[in-house]
Design a protein around this ligand. Sequence first.
Ligand code: ADP
Ligand code: MG
Length: 240
Amino acid sequence: MITLRGVNKHYGRLHVLQDIDLTVGRGEVVVVIGPSGSGKSTLCRTINRLEAVESGTITLSGQPLPAEGKALARLRSEVGMVFQSFNLFAHKTVLANVMLAPLKVRRKRKDEAERRARELLERVGLAAHADKYPAQLSGGQQQRVAIARALAMDPQALLFDEPTSALDPEMISEVLEVMRQLAEDGMTMVVVTHEMGFARSAAHRVVFMAEGRIVEDRTPEEFFTAPESDRAKDFLSKIL
Ligand code: ADP
Ligand code: MG
């Protein structure tokens, strides 16, 4: 579904992604963990080509990511992204937020976009909040709207970059529960998170990054019970 081969990127002198090889199969859930500054967000943004890479190849369903133009926009819309900050449009209702991209980018009919949006709001448990504005919702609810909005484009895969890091503790589980359900339904997902419970229970693979490299890429079982690298051991000893 998603492959990266020999991907490198610098920010000035900082080698932020170093020889990244990563394969995410269809229906696979890959959790990316690692210390702050290790390149996790940059990795997500390069998969979606919000950032260009200097060398290496990225393919989606076997197709290389085009550098720019309409072809890039189309492929990019195949990969949804959910950020730490939900970035909902404050002056639009929940329903309108979820309908926006299908209307503008996919040029869907309004009734069709609305039907799908309501279906997705139901799926994330927010059907009753369709006509509210983002500010009237809790952070956890807003993030679930952001997930519905990403799903509205019928993406082939979803990238999550620390989707629960900005939330109050009591709201984290409702968002993780929606993500867990998506995973069970077979969505292909790359999830950057510090939620080790989610990594253990929902991930097929855990990718541990440090200083721009993938240091470990293993099953959660293997990673949490017997991390190989000192970097991972050190990281786990600090957070578990
Ligand atoms: P993580 O998500 O793992 O915390 P990031 O991918 O955000 O790491 O950042 C990796 C490194 O790249 C950090 O040292 C960060 O300061 C640097 N960095 C990130 N974005 C930029 C940018 N746009 N320009 C320059 N440096 C950046
Ligand atoms: Mg980050």
